[in-house]
Ligand binder design. Sequence first.
Ligand code: HEM
Length: 454
Amino acid sequence: MADMTVAYSPSHGLGEEDSIWFKLSALLNQEDPMQVLMALCEKYKGVLPVNLKNQRIVLLSEPEHAERVLVTNADNYTKYFDGLRPVFGRSMITIDGALWQKIRVPQQAAFHPKMFEEYFPYLMSAIDSKMDRWQKLADSGETVEMVEETWTMAADMVCRALFDREMPFNPHFVFKQVKTYTDVVNHKNVRLKNVRGELEEITAEDPAKAMEIWHSVPDTVISANVIDHREKTLLTAMQEAEADPDFPEFDHRQVIDEMKQYLWAGTETTALTLAWSLYLLSQHPEAMQRVREEAHRVCGDADPDWNQVQQLSYTRMVIQETMRLYPPIWGLIRIAAGDDEIAGHKINAGDKVSILTYIAHHSPKYWEEPEKFDPERFAPERAKKRRKYSYLPFAAGKRACIGGALSQIENTLALVQLLRRFTPEYVGPTPAKIRATVTLCPQGGLPFKIRKLS
Ligand code: HEM
């Protein structure tokens, strides 16, 4: 495989001054950035044009704005990924138009719901290995960082189910490296990173080194132990595309970039959702108890089998409610290709627009008692009454998340299995604060102690 390794060439960095993230950092680097955005959106009726130097960014927060940008006039709004190119390369999440469609085709079948049953044993084995670790953590009584715990498991799931490989890298190390890069509000403009209460300086070399390590990961995965030599996996589908002489766009570089996309976009989001849901459940013991009771009612004392997964409806609602309160992707960014008008505001070609999904998720216009953790609001009868496009954890329209359904199966299984054996106890300050990086992270992490369920 060594001869196939793709050379790494960095493109311009995340902390560069022309990046939206850099420009918005003063706004986002607040004690409670979402409260600031919510207050501004309320004051300006959901449309917030921000002029920053020679760049106009229009922040949008209402469901009808999301519908316009993501669905009814989606062709006018192209993807914006400046600064994140080194993380995602030229993978499909970053590209548009006919090329996006062409690159997506060979990958789509791997996300068809009929594939999930095939993935089921691989998801379960990733959960089993997490439970082995938690058994030891419960014995030692040490405090763990929950996002690291759930991120390792999500990466393990992707490697096993989608690539048919044992996870050959140390995710704690690799993801910490990439987070150094994407931790935008403390990058370049601040240069100091708070790591569990201690300030560490980020030097210019750190992000470059981080990206070099990140770039080497996909080839390491391809060369790792193959688990079952399955014929049709996401990886084999991409390798077939690579071998197809009529598909020159899907070269080895493309395979590497798509893998980076799955190892990042398909893991951090899933991991944040699970970690936030464990935090919420630790604050609502009655809901934790309901998850356990449901698991017992559906599966007895045995592990769930595939047919039982659909019956774990309360657990699934817990995951959905978590993504409402803590949407891992809290804002979607697009560039207007041509002029448009949204809610009476002119959008000029070249403007960037950001759909702030977090704001609609927390709006009293669309949710009763929006700050309350209430999984039952996702019960079918209540969900039917919901305003369309007021709940967008996976975006909407043709560019919606390809892995949304899979992530909910991963997290439903993980919650059920982990909570039947353990009580993860949140030991950080309450309420946990958020930190608005590209993803919605807990500020300073989510420290937990793992207790065995007696
Ligand atoms: C809770 C878990 C997840 C959340 C909240 C999430 C969220 C999102 C969102 C909001 C987008 C659209 C981004 C945009 O329009 O700019 C997206 C796209 C995408 N997601 Fe996810 N995601 C999750 C899990 C996954 C998983 C498990 C995978 C795959 C293993 C995945 C793979 C992708 C890909 C490939 C795209 C780009 C699709 C395209 O552009 O055609 N995601 N995700």
